[in-house]
Design a binder for this molecule. Structure first.
Ligand code: FAD
Ligand code: SIN
Length: 545
């Protein structure tokens, strides 16, 4: 059903460029890694849109790291493990929280300006953090500031930047990755990148769901192409739904940061009841999966499409100062948050699963590394702790580049002898790319979203399989490649969700409402086998706390 390559191409007639380090994606993970690699060989960054575009730019809350004397990596580790609902890889978390503070200081040296008071970083609080430990920029514009600093830095470094290059597929020879097939959108032609090492930093897959906070470029391409190339994916059933997206018609949904609740905002249902204390002792600051599910329960109870976030105990000036973007966006929708309650509801936000990596970003394919949201390092388990994602991009970006540098030194350039790829079936025009994408996103939201059941998942898989047939007949262009990636990943997510017959972290089954540690305190890993099948396996090599 899913072929190895998405398109025909002929290496002999395609333009070819050669690098030591090929980085795909220009969010925090990609740009940070490229900067780390810049002094150690030739580096290219390939990205499908403008350099700045990706989830990173929209991050609000900040970056979590143990930076104050009252905090410690041990406390940060504890909070991360608890939020992860039994599936975090403790070794990976330990690396994240121990190396994190140094990486954040290096980010400051690279030009990122975080909010300070009296020369000290201001630290914010978010859900499931036992202490204030989140650095932020311009109140709620952390991602914008981080991306600005990294883009500015990279433009002053010897890194070749390929904006508007759509990465179509990894090029492999057996179990070795030798580079990437890309499509230059401006020039409408294929360009082959041959690389000693390839680093995937293509972000998550939130766009698979109709309701999401993720920008349009976040369609899971890297995960899909890694899977097609023979890399292992892991934990695909764990999609995080942020509890509080602004419940107004918009795509993507505008996020109302968890930091707003960290500053004391309360959640009430549409009949005025503050409900979170009914569900968890930490109330509004409970782990994200708990808050999202509680909101859905209240929406069902009251028959309303949203609940309400109450920030009215804060003055207009203080909201405007602390959360300028949120304040302005609410006002644009006619809501003054100092005076009115903000309608909020959950939205797909973060992909915990991804390309399975070791502690140095390495995948099971030689010369292929992954970091950032595309990767599954094991630090997030079944539910990511807020503001650990930007940190992961920094920490595992640095580690991936160190490992890639060793590979460049010891392996040298790959010997490449690629054959042309020819599709068997002819393309058909006009089979409804836009419509199929819309149907898929609706389906994923309604049947593979926050609440799942066997019946809904089996029905979804059936429909996805029918879409896969259509997708194979679409003409070769970025929109259809994106759709093909989305269909493939949707299938993997629905399949993994069907197999996990328990509820844990972000994965909630109505027909299996309890955690089942006896059978399911383990990971589902997916690998493309010969032919088209999707198999699911336990991972006996990795042990978990
Ligand atoms: P991204 O920043 O998403 O970048 C992916 C890059 O890959 C993009 O440049 C994209 O164009 C490129 N790409 C994708 N596919 C292709 C392709 N086929 N060919 C070429 N290029 C491709 N996390 C926190 O830690 N703290 C926060 O406060 C926070 N707030 C958030 C708020 C919002 C609204 C959102 C959406 C996320 C937030 N997150 C937060 C999560 C965090 O922002 C992301 O997990 C993180 O930025 C991911 O970084 P990345 O570099 O892996 O991917
Ligand atoms: C937020 O600001 O609520 C988002 C934080 C995150 O996703 O880590």
């Amino acid at each position: 059903m899913f072929s190895r390559y998405l398109t025909n191409f002929d290496p002999a007639t395609s333009e070819t460029r050669t690098y030591d380090f090929l980085v795909v994606g220009s969010g925090i993970a990609g740009l940070w890694s490229a900067l780390e690699a810049a002094d150690h060989g030739t580096v290219a960054v390939v990205t499908k849109g403008p350099l700045e575009e990706g989830s990173t730019k929209y991050a609000q809350g900040g970056i979590a790291a143990a930076l104050c004397p009252q905090d410690s990596p041990a406390l940060h580790l504890q909070d991360t493990m608890v939020a992860g609902a039994g599936l975090c890889n403790q070794e990976a978390v330990s690396i994240l929280v121990t190396e994190g503070p140094t990486r954040v200081r290096e980010l400051v040296k690279r030009g990122a300006q975080f909010d300070e008071e009296n020369g000290q970083l201001i630290l914010a609080r978010e859900g499931a953090h036992g202490i204030r430990r989140i650095v932020r920029a311009k109140g709620d514009q952390t991602g914008k500031e981080v991306e600005r600093a990294l883009v500015e830095d990279i433009r002053h470094n010897p890194v070749d930047l390929y904006e508007g290059y759509f990465a179509v597929d990894l090029l492999t020879q057996g179990e070795e990755c030798v580079g990437m097939l890309t499509w230059s959108i401006a020039e409408q032609r294929f360009v082959l990148f041959i690389a000693s090492t390839t680093l995937l930093a293509t972000g998550g897959a939130g766009q698979l769901f109709k309701v999401t906070t993720n920008p349009a470029v976040v369609t899971g391409d890297g995960m899909a192409m890694a899977y097609r190339a023979g890399a292992w994916l892991q934990d695909m059933e764990f999609m995080q739904f942020h509890p509080t997206a602004l419940a107004k018609d918009a795509s993507p949904k505008f996020l109302i940061s968890e930091a707003v609740r960290g500053e004391g905002a309360r959640l009430v249902n549409t009949i005025g009841h503050r409900f979170m204390p009914d569900y968890h002792p930490d109330a509004e600051l409970a782990p994200r999966d708990v808050v999202s599910r509680s909101i859905v329960a209240e929406m069902q109870k009251t028959g309303s499409p949203h609940v309400l976030l109450d920030l009215t105990s804060h003055s207009r000036e203080s909201i405007q100062g602390r959360f300028p973007t949120i304040f302005q966006t609410c006002c644009d929708y006619g809501i003054d948050p100092s005076d009115e309650l903000i309608p909020v509801s959950p939205a797909a936000h973060y992909t915990m699963g991804g390309v399975r990596t070791g502690l140095n970003g390495e995948t099971n394919l030689k010369r292929l590394y992954a970091c950032g949201e595309v990767a599954c390092t094991g630090v997030h388990g079944a539910n990511r702790l807020a503001s650990n994602s930007l940190l992961e991009g920094l920490v595992f970006g640095s580690r991936s580049v160190k490992a890639a540098r060793r590979a460049v030194k010891h392996l040298g350039a790959p010997q490449v002898a690629l054959s042309p790829v020819r599709r068997l079936r002819p393309y058909q025009e006009d089979v409804g790319c836009v419509e199929t994408r819309r149907t898929l996103r609706n389906l994923m939201w309604s049947q593979v979203g926050l609440l799942r059941s066997e019946e809904a998942l089996v029905g979804a898989l059936d429909q996805i399989d029918r879409m896969a047939e259509v997708v194979h007949q679409l003409p070769a262009r970025p929109e259809t490649w994106e759709l093909a990636n989305m269909v493939l990943l949707s299938r993997l997510i629905a399949f993994a969700a069907l197999v996990r017959t328990e509820s844990r972290g972000a994965h909630q089954r109505e027909d299996f409402p309890k955690v089942d540690d006896v059978h399911w305190k383990k990971h589902a890993a997916l690998h493309r086998r010969t032919g088209d099948g999707v198999t699911i396996e336990d991972d006996p090599e990795i042990s978990f706390a």
